[in-house]
Design a protein around this ligand. Structure first.
Ligand code: ARG
Length: 438
């Protein structure tokens, strides 16, 4: 066995079990690009400080370039006995260029390396996530643009509430995701400042042991994952026979191994499912950090897998949601035929009474009685005769019918941010402009 880079004081090597248990190369090799980037900056700093010659610096830089190329070409051997990405690269550099490479680790610890690598990795990961979020938003806006006039039931408590235009609902998802993008961009700014050394952490102990940036990243991913999960839930529900509001194309559905008729929305179920691991990843690192004495502790090695896992999951979820959005159709006929149920226009009727001067609480009560009447007659509010309405309250007049029915109800919404058709046209147009869709 080769002597460890830290092996000077040791008389015997670690056991196989300890080696297997403590290694991180099986996953932290993914940081190689950033580790090399950091080592190059470090070598340049050492030369600038007169701690190594410019000749040695150039040998180190050249050697690191060669190693990077070897890794990219799949010709680099990652060795478990060299523990982690830092020592794999350093040991390989020593093998390659000899003495100058032994000077590279002057004035730094692996603990400095790992936190630098991780920040740099996060910066690229966020970039990728931001691109995927935008793709999903674009898919949603394009989907919404296909159904500008389609009225769907709005729900609260999963009970029918008020009618809304489908694009308004879809844009609510788009808007949620703009908050993720803002969170991502803000976070990106912070890690970028730190990793470009525009802003240097002022206390060394904090610099080497801080993992708040990992937690923030995982927390932002968790919020995004929860939203994606909710979309997953809604679309799974809407694809059911009971709702029948949307049909995914075959290309985003899967079948059953036993029931020949089945066409399942598995991708969206898995979006819902994978949100569990994203939240779990956040929990793992929260708990990981909670009992650590200042400063670096080896426990922190356990932050990598949850971080990588969270990013992988969220990227996959966003990609699949986007593809799903591009491959579903809403069943306008079925949705329309379902709209008379549930008294979606009841609140509009209450608003009508308010316009007639009735206080809202009273009008709520009056409409409640109208609904009760409909329930007993098994009819819709639109089907109540003038006499029926007058019997409930004399304030009703013939103009009430302009407030009843879902089309009328939707068109009574005129305030900013509401679901009326004029507003929704503006909202769609705004989002198309914001996302650069022509
Ligand atoms: N692999 C470690 C990590 O991921 C970095 C190395 C620190 N090891 C050490 N013995 N100080 O955090």
């Amino acid at each position: 066995k080769e002597t460890k880079l830290w092996g000077g004081r040791f008389e015997e090597g670690v056991t196989d079990a300890v080696e297997r248990f403590t290694e991180s190369i099986s996953y932290d090799w993914q940081l190689y690009k950033y580790d090399i980037m950091g080592s190059k900056a470090h070598a340049s700093m050492l030369a600038a400080q007169g701690l190594i010659t410019t000749g040695d610096r150039d040998i180190i830089l050249e050697g690191l370039d060669q190693i990077e190329k070897q890794i990219q070409d799949g010709k680099f051997e990652w060795r478990k006995d060299r523990e982690d990405v830092h020592m794999n690269i350093e040991a390989a550099l020593i093998e390659k260029v000899g003495e100058p490479a032994k000077k590279l680790h002057t004035a730094r610890s692996r603990n400095d390396q790992i936190v630098t690598d991780l920040r740099l990795w996060c910066r690229d990961a966020i970039d990728k996530i931001l691109i995927r979020i935008k793709q999903f938003q674009v898919s949603l806006v394009l989907l919404a643009s296909k159904y500008v006039d389609l009225i769907v039931p709005g729900y609260t408590h999963l009970q029918r509430a008020q009618p809304v235009l489908l694009p308004h609902l879809l844009l609510s998802y788009v808007e949620q995701h703009s908050f993720h993008r803002n969170r991502g961009t803000r976070f990106l700014r912070i890690v970028s400042i730190l990793t470009s050394f525009l802003w240097i952490l002022s206390i060394s102990i904090d610099a080497v042991s801080d993992r708040d940036f990992v937690l923030e990243f995982l927390a932002a991913n968790s919020i995004a994952a929860i939203h994606l999960s909710r979309i997953g839930e809604e679309w799974v529900l809407w694809a059911s026979e009971e709702f029948g509001f949307l049909t995914p194309s075959d290309s985003v559905s899967t079948g059953s191994s036993i029931m020949p008729q089945k066409k399942n929305p598995d991708p969206m179920e898995l979006v819902r499912g994978k949100s569990a691991r994203v939240v779990g990843d956040l929990m793992t690192v929260l708990v990981l950090c909670k009992g650590l004495p200042q400063a670096y502790n080896r426990d922190l090695q356990e932050d990598k897998e949850p971080l990588f896992d969270s990013v992988k999951a969220i990227l996959g979820m966003l990609e699949v949601c986007s593809e799903f959005a591009q491959n579903i159709s809403f069943n306008s006929k079925r949705i329309q035929s379902s709209l008379p149920a549930g008294y979606l226009d009841a609140t509009t009727l209450a608003d009508y009474l308010v316009k007639k001067g009735v206080p809202f609480r009273t009008s709520h009560e009056i409409v409640g009685r109208c609904v009760a009447l409909c329930v007993s007659k098994n009819c819709q509010l639109t089907e109540l005769e003038m006499d029926d309405l007058k019997a409930v309250h004399p304030v009703f007049e013939a103009d009430v019918y302009a407030y009843l029915g879902v089309e009328n109800a939707v068109n009574k919404f005129i305030s900013y941010g509401s679901t009326g058709s004029e507003q929704v046209k503006k909202q769609l147009e705004d989002w198309r402009v914001q996302l650069g869709i022509n």
